[in-house]
Ligand binder design. Sequence first.
Ligand code: CP
Ligand code: NVA
Length: 301
Amino acid sequence: MKKDFLKILDFNAEELNEIIDLGIELKSQNKKGIKHHLLEGKTLGLIFEKSSTRTRVSFEVGMYQLGGYPMFLSSNDMQLGRGESIQDTARVLARYVDGIMIRSFEQSKVELLAEYADIPVINGLTNEAHPCQIMADLMTVKEYKGDLKGLKAAFIGDGNNVCNSYAVAALKLGMEFVLSCPEGYEPHPAVLDFAKGKTNFKIVRKPEEAAKNADVVITDVWTSMGQELEQKKRLNDFSGYLVDEKLLALAKPGCIVQHCLPAHKGEEISEESFEKHAIEIFDEAENRLHVQKAIMVKFMK
Ligand code: CP
Ligand code: NVA
């Protein structure tokens, strides 16, 4: 296993399955009230350059449940926010804490932090990837559907960070991945490169074609953090990419719906479909806690 958890592309199917299965095990122990202080005495620094509800709270609670200590570090209050370099920040923090989780803009910045910090670094979202989210998503699919192999995942909307990580993980784990997005909103070139030639990967324009016979339908906001200035254009470009009951009627019976949240109901997903699938969507949110505990244990123990 690599030192850091930065992107799904860095891991093979066996490693990804190990994380998901440990997440499922830790969840079941947690539900039985079994304590597992596997990171007793360890500290995780949590750097946030973007807002967060789920990532911050699930990492903080997860670290406490593992017997460790989480330290929230808002970049605005750090010298990092005043121009101290990521390389120096990495080398300083590595002398104090046992691991760093970072939410940032460019993936390259997170990769640089990991290069300069000789402690594990976990990616809590960049413009290009959201690997912790996707581990939680696939853990949830496994809970609902059993084996992931052969399942069809349909992603409706933007080829963004969530889509990038989902596509790579789904393909590595033997799923079919079909993205329906408007022209110009395709995934990152590295993802397209990875998917090239794979018969279980497709990009289509019509949401109906993607949703047909899907076991899982996934969507996410059309305007991600940092893209606020493009909002008007995006609203226009994505019209017709709404996940609603009409679209979901084309999917397999028992199809589950996923949304990483926060959701813009009435834009990418109808209020009705969101509420009909709320149990799955909030199981997905809960699983951030369990799977990230697995990630912390795997990388920091
Ligand atoms: N899904 C997700 O990462 O949520 P937050 O932005 O609230 O952390
Ligand atoms: N694609 C969204 C995910 C939020 C968790 C964003 O980057 O804002």
